[in-house]
Structure formats: C-alpha cells, structure tokens
Write a protein that binds this ligand. Sequence first.
Ligand code: UT7
Length: 327
Amino acid sequence: MTSAIILGTGSYTPKKVVTNDDLSKIVDTSDEWIQTRTGIRERRFAEEDEATSDMALQAAERAINHARIAKESIDLIIVATMTPDMPFPSTACLLQTKLGLPCIPAFDVQAACSGFIYTLNIANNMIRSGQYKTVLVVGAEKTSSILDFEDRTTCVLFGDGASAVILSSSEESSVGLLHTDSGADGEHPEILCQPAGGSAMPATTDSVSNRQHFLKMNGKEIFKKAVRVMGQSCINSLEACHLTSDDITLVIPHQANMRIIESLAKRLEISLDKFHNNLDLYGNTSAASIGIALDEAVQAGRIKKGDLILLVAFGAGLTWGSQILRW
Ligand code: UT7
C-alpha cells in the first residue's frame, strides 16, 4: 500500500528579533514574568511589507531544495494559516504564483495552532488515495499582524515564521505518517479568537476602535484544556499504532508554553530530553511552530531513518491533534 513520507523540510523566521525587554518598553511586563510563565526569551516579527505568503515562499523553497526534487513535481499545495495575506484568495494560491507553479491546486486550512497537523493529515490521505504524489505542506503565520500591543496578556506570547515539508508517495508501507488523532470543540470559540473581520462582525469604525480585529485569549482556560487534550491525543495515537511512550525517539510539540510541554512530558512519562523545543527563540508561531521545530531537529541531526516521531498540537477552535511518523 502507498504511504506518504517527508522528503524534505524547510523553515524561515524573519530577521527582526524582539526580546522580552523590548516588549517591556511597550506594555507593563518583564523578561522575568515572560520567561517564568512561558519559557519565551524572544520572538521574530516580520517586516511591515513581509506577508505570510512571503515567509511561506522562503520555507517552501528550502523544503524543495532539501527534498532534492524539481519544484514541477509538486502537484498540490496546502497552507495552514490563521493569518492569511487576505481573507481571499487563499495564501496557498498566492504562494503557488510566487513559486511559479501555474495550474496546480492550492488551498488553505484554518485550524489555528493545530493547522500543521491537520494539513499533514489531509495531504497524507490525498497521497494514499492515489490522487496526488507530491504535496507541499506549509504552516505560516504573521501573528504580529493581529496582536494587540496594548494587551500584555497576549502580545508577549506569539511570533512570526513559516515552515514547510514535501510529502511524497512511497511504496514502503511501514514508513511515513503512520497515524493521526485529531479533534475539535467549537463550544467556546471566545476563549481564543479574532472577533472581527469576518461575516459575524465585518470591519466598521467601531470594530476597529474597539480593538476587535486583534487576537483575544483566555490563557488560563486554554492552558487547562491543552494539557488534558494533548496528553489524551498522544495516548490515542500511541495505542492506535500499538506503541508505548518508550518507542518514541523524539516528540515535537506545538511551542506555546514550556509549562504545558513539561506537563505533557510528565503525563506521557517521556523525558524532556526527548522533546525538541525552540519556544525560547520564537515564541508561539501557531501553525508554523511544529514545522519550524521539525526542520531544526532534522538539520541538527536529531532525526534518523527509522526513528518514531510524535507530533502534537493544540489551538483555537478549539482544535487539537497528534501524529506518529516513522522517518
Ligand atoms: O497556541 C495555543 C494557544 N495558546 C496557549 O496555549 C496559551 C495557554 N496559556 C498560557 O500559556 C498561560 O495561561 C499564559 C502564559 C497566557 C498566562 O499564564 P498564567 O500563569 O495562566 O497567568 P495568568 O493569566 O493567571 O496571570 C497571572 C498574573 C495576572 O495578574 P493578577 O491578576 O494575578 O494580578 C496577570 O494580569 O499575571 C499578569 N500578567 C502579566 N504580568 C506581566 C498577565 N500577562 C502578563 C505579562 N506581564 N505579560
């Protein structure tokens, strides 16, 4: 049976480094508070004229080079983002043109911070069905475009960046993406959302002056739910593959908060050494975060053929998911 394997990874983070001290000049916060509560030391912010699709292009080109494929062999592009260049057309279509790949299908997936896992799952199934052979999967975010720099409870948490993988069909059935467990709970959209700019609250002078176009989050509620749901999702994926925590070589969790990651490690009884984290450098880059960490781990030689990798995410929706890959 056909499987889907990652042929290459790529990532991109903007040049501009913004430290906790830099933010403490804008809002009432401190390096000490941010580091102790989250583990973040700094993040990258894109330039004003650098959109999500521009960052996606950089990450995609790196993944294509790393995969050593001709870009023309890509037959589908899927971009996970909650900060598209514009509501429509999709960022995937804009990326398709920037890459110079006319006519191939391209669309976006909106699953916030779980976007990378949702998108890999879609690409995997499209390859396994036989319809596509080589899919470019991208997670890209310009979160700084929706951050409220008057709200210290959110603006210190997020960063910008992009990541990409080339997912390709393989006849080797025991490798590649082995399993995805995913879920969503739309009961309380308000605990993490961008209220305005859609059909429920179109842009008006009021929506702008009331700061409704910015990201809003109830961090405490998200935190509680994240710890519980991420752990359970990982256990579901391990059970579905008849594996135990001991079999996992490396965990790549969504990079939102070091305390969430530590709780997850405890719940799964997997040593923190087996987690690849870069939250300190990039903050929460939403849909880009798992792919950036994955690319870093690959480039650092932390992943070898045959290794079992566990990916896990949680985000707005609420959405969540975990995935097991054999490299
Ligand atoms: O990507 C997926 C979605 N996002 C997440 O996974 C985020 C999940 N949540 C979290 O990471 C944490 O809940 C936060 C880091 C957002 C907050 O940490 P916390 O330990 O839950 O803090 P808190 O919200 O309970 O706030 C504690 C105190 C409050 O002051 P009072 O009411 O105790 O006087 C806040 O006003 O810390 C205050 N505070 C700050 N102080 C300095 C909140 N933000 C800041 C800040 N600097 N940036």
